[in-house]
Design a protein around this ligand. Structure first.
Ligand SMILES: NC(=O)c1ccc[n+]([C@@H]2O[C@H](COP(=O)([O-])OP(=O)(O)OC[C@H]3O[C@@H](n4cnc5c(N)ncnc54)[C@H](OP(=O)(O)O)[C@@H]3O)[C@@H](O)[C@H]2O)c1
Length: 281
């Protein structure tokens, strides 16, 4: 029997590359998707050498509406079926919602929400028919914590809302597919070492955080693979973030928001006046 194949978006760095390694370590072939083809090629070689698995390389831009159909077609044209999907590609859209072009917000939504939904819509029916599937939607702990100005400044006003939709989607889809052996997980990392904060300009601010705030992409990937294998619907990696989410659930909203403001002021002071306030992934 040939190996199962998992399609991972945003596999050229950070959490996506780590999740590709995790699936490869468990014997999956990969379809690696991102814009930087050279990075995907290097990862494919690494996965072959280390785990003996095969990878398809699909260079595409998921902020383009046609990308999901092109990507799924490329896998089908290679004669493979998709048994695993990791929806992970993403980047912040820094700047105030009221001061940025709609074109930019629209591309952000296409990349962070619509492409995720479209890929699930294209791929999940096949999983259901074959009675096997593993889907991870990479959300963020920011969707589970009180709102903060930081999200606007670095990741975008829509970022927590976009990530919240992925949690509700995963919950509803997990219920819809619970009798079909298709597991769906919303993976909700906190601050994670990756290129994310270089892309959104928050590197300086994040570097000032206490070490226990920072997760590695490998920690996140291990937690994600474990959760989707067991059928856990929402997974927050790391003890610190589990604690924060538990506290946020019992705090009245105004108290939670006040605490977020205090934390933002503390981080802004640390980062210095030039860096302004903080960010969250
Ligand atoms: N780092 C954090 O603190 C953190 C926390 C919570 C959630 N997250 C989420 O985790 C996910 C992965 O982020 P990361 O931290 O691993 O960041 P990263 O290292 O910057 O990786 C982002 C990945 O997405 C790909 N990507 C970006 N724009 C794309 C586009 N238009 N089309 C196709 N691929 C695109 C990038 O590849 P190319 O540039 O080669 O296209 C890259 O592979 C994101 O959804 C992010 O929101 C991150």
């Amino acid at each position: 029997m040939s190996r199962r194949l998992c399609l991972v978006t945003g596999a050229s760095s950070g959490i996506g590359a780590a999740l590709a390694r995790e699936f490869a370590n468990h014997g999956w072939d990969l379809a690696l998707v991102a814009r930087r083809e050279d990075r995907l090629g290097e990862l494919a070689e690494e996965l072959k050498a280390k785990y003996g698995v095969d990878s398809l390389i699909i260079a595409d831009d998921l902020s383009e509406p046609g990308a999901p159909e092109r990507i799924v077609k490329a896998v089908a044209d290679a004669g493979r079926q998709i048994d695993g999907l990791v929806n992970n590609a993403g980047a912040g859209q820094p700047g105030m919602f009221t001061e940025t072009d709609w074109t930019d917000q629209d591309r952000f939504l296409q990349l962070m929400v619509t492409s995720y939904l479209h890929l699930v819509h294209l791929i999940a029916p096949g999983m259901k028919a074959r009675r096997f599937g593993r889907i991870i939607n990479v959300s963020s702990v920011s969707a589970l914590l009180p709102s903060a100005k930081a999200h606007t400044r670095f990741s975008g006003t829509l970022y927590p809302g976009a990530k919240s939709l992925l949690i509700k989607l995963s919950e509803a889809l997990a219920l819809e597919l619970e009798d079909d052996n298709v597991h769906v997980t919303a993976l909700c990392p906190g601050y994670t070492w990756s290129e994310f904060h270089d892309v959104n300009g928050a590197r300086q601010t994040v570097s000032n955080l206490p070490k226990f705030w920072m997760l590695t992409a490998e920690d996140v990937a291990t937690a994600g693979y474990d959760a989707v294998s067991r059928g856990v619907v929402t997974r927050v990696p790391g003890a610190w973030y589990k604690f924060l989410v538990a506290v946020a659930k019992v705090l009245p909203d105004p108290v939670g928001r006040a605490l977020m403001r205090m934390q933002e002021k503390r981080m802004a002071a640390q980062a210095g006046a030039a860096a302004g306030t903080s960010s969250a992934g």
